[in-house]
Design a protein around this ligand. Sequence first.
Ligand code: ADP
Ligand code: ASP
Ligand code: MG
Length: 409
Amino acid sequence: MLIVQKYGGTTVANTDLIKNVAARVAKYHAQGDQIVVVVSAMSGVTDNLIKLAKEIMPLPNEREMDMLLATGEQTTIALSAISLHALGLPAVSLTGAQAGIVTDGVHTKAKIQNITPKRIHELLNEGNVVIVAGFQGQTIEGQVTTLGRGGSDLTAIALAAALKADLCQIYTDVDGVYTADPRLVPGAKKLEEISYDEMLELASLGAKVMQSRSVEFAKKFGVVFEVRSSLNDNPGTIVKEETKNMEDIVVRGVSLDKNQAKVTLVDVPDKPGVAARVFKAIGDANINVDMIVQNISHGSGKPATDLSFTVDKADLLKAQKVIDGLKKEISFGQIIATDNIGKLSIVGVGMKSHTGVAGKLFEILAREGVNIDMISTSEIKVSVVLDLAKGEQAMKAVHEAFLGFGAME
Ligand code: ADP
Ligand code: ASP
Ligand code: MG
């Protein structure tokens, strides 16, 4: 079998853990499997590199950030190869570029354009374990790029697709995907399986166990993968295409995204083209917008609106700068920016065929005395923005009501 195994930052946080990874790889290798290992930077390393750059200036050049961040994974590939050598196994480490991962040129959020896994195949055929640096690639012009936070997941899934791997395993520090972050909700239960669409929603709504772009990629190319722990042999969670019986469960999971920030433009003139102008500028700056809320005020005075949207906390400064640049052109009142928000979501493909889910969510929040700031829904999720300070309390109550023992479905 050809197996792609990805080991996350906490699973390679020190040399003992890297040796633990090597021992697991050796076990598979002994069975005659061909193994491609994708590793993240050691836990905390990427955060620390970002911190160093920001000590120098708040918005560092993104090409240089990629140059900097790519070093994190380069440390772990070499240490992992050395750990395998120590066990007597042939192993070769490769950077993203050496592994043939070609991306576009959008620094810090590059998209994989194609993978030429010729070198990987050669090394595997010579009997090596191949260790690839996650999270990084190279443009055709030779610029180093990174794939967005959590991007080693994407490296693993994309390699599994390109290599037509028999198995893709994502090793992390929890036993699988749970009904909620097990660190925040002690009663959370491990799921045996989850559909791509549910995993995608949970991931993009704050369940950082998988990078959302990697799940999108897996869905597009039909890569079935397993999320499991590097510290035991328990079966993990299988992520795959939806099956009919998955719709029996209304809410599969609850997530809380603490990484969002909200920008409000106050008193925006009510005329065509304003939203287009704002979000074109935000899009041109490569900032992802999540929720958008606008409603014309029909009170006294001339019609105007408040326009609110949410972005990743990391993009807040950049978004404010872009909006500031539009002030003359659009003449709105003021900008209010806050990162004191949380986004709580419930996700499940069963919502397609069940009613009353949103109402029940709002009732629980009311009971908890939690005010709802923004609401957005899709076919398989309901999200609300609320005060960050109340986020965890609300999440526990919502999980208990929808997924706790004795919860009614
Ligand atoms: P890695 O370094 O292995 O990529 P991450 O820290 O990115 O690991 O993701 C694993 C973490 O995701 C877990 O430690 C857990 O706290 C968090 N998490 C959030 N939501 C969930 C969920 N629904 N199920 C499992 N883990 C979750
Ligand atoms: N090291 C990168 C990060 O911390 C990529 C990853 O861990 O997946 O975001
Ligand atoms: Mg991760």
